[in-house]
Design a protein around this ligand. Structure first.
Ligand code: SF4
Length: 301
């Protein structure tokens, strides 16, 4: 067994023997496979996005809305390669518009193997989406070159103090920017489906969640992003759905409230001024009801 260095944490441990920062062994562990209707409009579109929620996470943010499965605390269903291929085929048959791999980083090698196999056998019928925290290494993304149609990275923080404080990753911004550049190298400017012009078929959709008390970091992040990539090459989703219920046990009291309309609109205005196109959210999106019920394990397709 090779030591795991799949992500920038570079734990260099044998996951058949111990767990790394992501909290996962080498077993491919999935919390939920189901159509999901609350992604951005060109991802969920009419019939839903085919989400596959993996357990564990290599970032483990203080305010994570998927805490129930992301902290190495969830008992996911363990899939063999052939079983997950069968599940992905069933998911496609349910009519979803894409296969949306959520928090996939720590299983990227297995995912590359599965998608490569499905592609060579003609089993991939819809675009694939790689839905990630953005804390990715370029070497790992290169394993996925030609297998992922839509990259959907978060871009969470500019300040290294903030990324250290909330995600134990002081190098988050520079790592995530290099990852986004690699995603753009692979997929280029975003494209919509030729026969369904509001359904995304390839490209990079960057998500930014506005945090309470950190509007200035959001504005700095977007400004730096606009200097480092061409804003017209990507879609940007500025999210207002920060939900304090998932951070009420945090020692950081600034996370215990929702964002204000002022915080959100100033960040959206800056995104627009910088030339980004994409999506904003209604304020009622800041609700735990948009988080899937992970207790309904796997049975929704
Ligand atoms: S994938 Fe997990 S074990 Fe591997 S380097 Fe990243 S955090 Fe460590």
């Amino acid at each position: 067994m090779n030591p795991c260095n799949l992500c920038p944490r570079k734990c260099n441990i044998d996951r058949s023997q111990s767990l790394g920062f992501c909290g996962e062994s080498e077993a491919l562990s999935v919390a939920r496979i189901a159509p999901h209707f609350f992604e951005e409009p060109p991802i969920s579109y009419k019939k839903g996005s085919g989400t596959v929620f993996f357990t564990g996470c290599n970032l483990r943010c203080e305010f994570c809305q998927n805490k129930a499965i992301s902290r190495g605390n969830a008992e996911g269903k363990i899939y063999k390669k052939s079983e997950l291929i069968d599940a992905l085929c069933s998911l496609q048959e349910s009519g979803v518009h894409n296969i949306n791999l959520v928090t996939p980083t720590h299983f990227a090698d297995k995912i590359a193997d599965i998608l490569s196999d499905m592609k060579s056998r003609g089993l991939l019928k819809v675009p694939t989406v790689y839905n990630t925290s953005g804390y990715e290494s370029v070497e790992t993304l290169r394993m996925l070159d030609g297998l992922i149609d839509i990259y959907m990275p978060d871009l969470k923080y500019f300040s290294s103090e903030l990324s250290e404080k909330y995600s134990h990753a002081p190098n988050y911004f520079e790592v995530a920017i290099e990852a986004i550049r690699e995603m753009l190298r692979q997929r280029g400017k975003y494209k919509y489906n030729e026969s369904e012009p509001k359904l995304l078929s390839s490209g990079v959709l960057i998500r930014h969640l506005v945090l309470p008390s950190h509007r200035k970091d959001s504005i700095e992040l977007l400004s730096r992003l606009a200097e480092l990539i061409n804003p017209s090459d990507v879609l940007l989703s500025v999210m207002s759905q920060y939900t304090p219920e998932f951070a009420l046990d945090s020692k950081y009291s600034e996370l215990h409230r929702r964002i204000t309309s002022f915080e959100y609109t100033t960040v959206c205005d800056k995104a627009s001024e910088l030339g980004f196109n994409g999506f904003t959210q209604a304020k009622e999106s800041a609700s735990a009801r948009y988080t899937p019920d992970f207790a309904k394990n796997n049975n929704d397709i």
